[in-house]
Design a protein around this ligand. Structure first.
Ligand SMILES: *Cc1c(COP(=O)(O)O)cnc(C)c1O
Length: 318
């Protein structure tokens, strides 16, 4: 980052940003890319570029874009949001998508876009599964966006190239700051004309940065060094889930780098306080905790956390 060659990216003159954008676009098999500050800004730029005021987009009821981004598409774009149930594997059912599409009638918003998410809650979806949704969307005259914040994890877990997982989507957003370990940044990719529209929206959203190459350099480093090693995070998550399943009253499930653990008969705040007293911070709601492994978590730390889980549960149940 300290030695990055920079320029004014508001004028498109930062060579490091340009390199990052081109590389990610190429990896995902798209014409062009746009470096943005966050995954939320990336998805919002995409939705605003695909949909106009009075249009509607379909997404999973538990999808990040729908549930965890402040309703930005509705607030800032006048875009209606139509959720459909998210299946356990993160996919959306084909017949639910068909039912959600509105007829051409002034009663309704105009359905314009289908948004998918991969991985969803750590669940990787295969290129074959995604292709069914994309093909259906295109038959229905919808454009498609993939929120691929953690698409790298899906690619490593499934052994399927990123390009295959991005195939057919009109736009894809990937995060550099999650599993890849960069301090910030996401990249939105798609056709050149789409990226030109997204570039304008990024400016309006306050995301036009000047010497952004400092941040882009971290992204390039992440592409070079931190993709293959995601397999280590997946191994650590498995180790954590297996260790938790060995404890009484705990049921853990795992996919890629996320563990969802259910703890029987515990008070959320009492448990998290007792864990914190032993220097392990966990969040829990209704007895369920989401535990995520990443580049800064070592195998020793997984084992340490497991011993603290065991000790705390023993104390509370004992
Ligand atoms: C984290 C995440 C985002 C948003 O990324 P931020 O950089 O936190 O804004 C979007 N979608 C998914 C699936 C994510 O996991």
């Amino acid at each position: 980052m300290a030695s990055a060659v920079v320029g004014d990216d508001v004028f498109g003159e930062d060579p490091t940003v340009a390199e990052l954008q081109d590389r990610v676009a190429q990896m995902l098999g798209k014409q062009a890319g746009l470096f943005v500050t966050s995954g939320t800004q990336s998805n919002l730029c995409a939705l605003l570029s695909h949909c106009a005021r009075g249009d509607e987009y379909i997404a999973g009821a538990d999808a990040h874009t729908f549930k965890y981004e402040g309703g930005g598409a509705a607030v800032l774009g006048g875009i209606a949001q139509q959720p459909v149930a998210t299946e356990a594997d993160g996919s959306l059912k084909l017949d639910e998508i068909v039912l959600a599409v509105k007829p051409d009638d002034p009663h309704f918003a105009q359905t314009r876009l289908l948004c998918c998410e991969n991985t969803f809650a750590g669940q990787p979806q295969t290129a074959a599964s995604l292709a069914e949704r994309v093909d259906l969307a295109h038959e229905l005259d919808l454009v498609t966006h993939l929120d691929g914040a953690r698409l790298w994890n899906a690619s490593i877990a499934l052994g399927e190239p990123l390009k295959d997982l991005a195939e057919g989507f009109d736009s894809v957003s990937v995060c550099l700051s999650k599993g890849l370990g960069a301090p910030l940044g996401s990249v939105l990719v798609g056709e050149r004309s789409f990226i030109e529209r997204a570039h304008r929206w990024r400016k309006m959203l306050g995301g036009g940065l000047r010497q952004a190459g400092i941040a882009a350099a971290a992204g390039i480093y992440a592409l070079d060094h931190n993709i293959e090693r995601l397999a280590v995070d997946h191994r650590h998550a498995n180790r954590l889930a297996n260790g938790l399943n060995d404890l009484t009253g705990v049921t853990a499930s795992v996919a890629t780098n996320m563990v969802f653990a259910t703890f029987d008969g515990l008070n959320d705040s009492l448990f998290t306080e007792e864990m914190l007293k032993r220097d392990v911070a966990v969040r829990m709601a209704n007895g369920v905790s989401r535990l995520v492994t990443h580049i800064d978590v070592s195998e020793d730390e997984i084992d340490h956390a497991l011993s603290v889980f065991a000790e705390t549960l023993g104390m509370l149940h004992g």
